[in-house]
Ligand binder design. Sequence first.
Ligand code: ADP
Ligand code: MG
Length: 705
Amino acid sequence: MKMSEVLNVEEIFASKVFTLGKMKERLPKNVYKEVKKVMDQGGELSLAAADVVAKAMKDWAVEHGATHYTHWFQPLTGITAEKHDSFVTHPDEEGKMIMEFSGKELIKGEPDASSFPSGGLRATFEARGYTAWDITSPAFLKEDATGVILCIPTAFCSYTGEALDKKTPLLRSMEAVSEQALRIVRLFGNTEATKVVASVGPEQEYFLVDREKYLQREDLIFAGRTLFGAPAPKGQELEDHYFGTIRERIGAYMKDLNVELWKLGVTAKTQHNEVAPAQHELAPIYETANIAVDHNQLVMETMKKVAGRHGLTCLLHEKPFAGVNGSGKHNNWSLGTDNGVNLLDPGDTPNENVQFLLVLACIIKAVDTHADLLRQSASDVGNDHRLGANEAPPAIISMFLGEQLEDVVKQLVETGEAAHSIQGGKLLTGVSTLPDLDKDATDRNRTSPFAFTGNKFEFRMVGSSDSIASPNTVLNAIVAEAFCEAADVLEKADNFDAAVHDLIKEYLTKHQRIIFNGDGYSDEWVAEAERRGLPNIKSMVEASSTLTTDKAIKLFEKFGIFTEVELKSREEILYETYAKMINIEALTMLDMAKKQILPAVIKYTKSLADTVLAVKEAGADASVQTDLLNAVSVKLAEAKKALLELEKVEEQAGTIADQKEQAFFYKDQVRTAMDALRAPVDELEMMVDKKVWPIPTYGDLIFEV
Ligand code: ADP
Ligand code: MG
């Protein structure tokens, strides 16, 4: 590499972000102070200040080539939405035009909301929806063929104030958990902290396939996953892809991706090959939950965009290929005070760290009480192929604490006292030139859906294509509730030490059933979890109604995170989304089977039949050819029958008016019919000459990237 090509990461980092630093530089002191205050403590910016900020923001954006701005928001589609407006204004008499952007335009937008999912919250005739500037997430520039666009992160709500997006409830949940956590730290004498911040670091898994091949598969184009496909002779069994050397083409992609993300202020940190062939991972450094959610959207978007430049396509689907690992998102979550205390840091001797033990007990209680909601928050259509299906992690929520904490919990439950903590000790390498390492007090557990990993919890159920807003909203909400209930008791206690001791013991004793340190992927655990009474919700549609139980409504209304109406609408949207997605998948399968696969197989049988005749005519034994012809014809007939059945149920599905009933029909009938069509087609793929198979195979797709 020539010196001129050396990448100056420090210089490019956040070069496309209107950071706090840039505001400090460009805003008058008093305005900057006002912005900072609203950011830190909430409240509203005066219109006068907003005008100044808007102008500074616009000037900065225009200096970088921006022509438009957009209120960037996160409707319930799970992805982001934008509508561009240029800074162009009415020209004066002489025809001169000045680019402008006002405080009002910065603070509030009004996209026509009628075409976003609202779950009946908003009839199309009252389609007003508003976007409101989220001052806590910085504005940034997006650059593509459209030009440079100033993106302003916003919340999206209806004319009557209901949240129509993922950001609003998340922000509400962050305030709730902050308020309740503050009550807890105050009890332990922390008078300095003014808020408690939820931090999130999401590890993002993805697949890369060759774009040319991708374009030859309708299923990848329309459904984001393969709907047919026999396994390649080699899968992931050798485990040679995990952490393997990154191939040149992929490496060039990763480099480009990092640069784009760094420019956007995303702290892309770790990259590696994942378990499945063609599967990779990117992890950023953790940030405030709200920004982490926004950034994860940018990560997903940038992954797709950059792939195009390298002749690749990025698949974010949870299960693009049957038989090899799917993709998830590990959502690392913790709580920290603004004076630097991580509430999830146990210290060296957790048994003596009473505040930590109370926080832990509250989280255990929260997760046990609302396991159903957590499971729901991680469900989307694609994740049904992982959770509770033949892929880890299971659909049962359990918590892994590790040896050290489990031992402390056990002592507390059994005797009410925790006298000691297991220590990590030294790892002796046995080689004189290698250093001996300090060992963690606990090994890892890769099979737990909710694992304590040192100073944070790692929620591993989340789907790779999903927004991480919902899981974090639920986490914040359920923990806020547990903190609130604990604080209600402890603030009134005459003897604080005794009361906190009793409370920890009570919570741990009542909720210890959620703790499981064994193999979460085993059948024994499924049986054991059932004995313990833990919910095992197998699918997205079954999980949807957990949003509207009395328990859930009480929780979310208490902390002003969702109203009952908002929850009901969200449940409706889930059914609608599920039905629509499976409908697309079924139609895609029918299309591919009818127009590509069956015609190819029929042609193949014709050529086999010709061969049989020719061989016979030549007086030779044609039994091999005849057997193959028979076998292929049998599978062809099976496929045809399954196709007709799928057509039938697909049509039936369309006639069901009730959304919930329809979603269940898609899950139980349509998906079953889809599986029944896939089976003979995949078998045919293994029998038929590769040259006549009309679409790229698994081998082509995941081994030849
Ligand atoms: P692990 O190996 O346990 O998965 P890493 O250090 O690789 O841990 O971190 C994984 C993700 O967790 C990263 O995004 C990291 O920034 C994030 N993370 C680390 N500490 C915290 C924390 N206190 N709160 C939230 N996320 C965190
Ligand atoms: Mg991890």
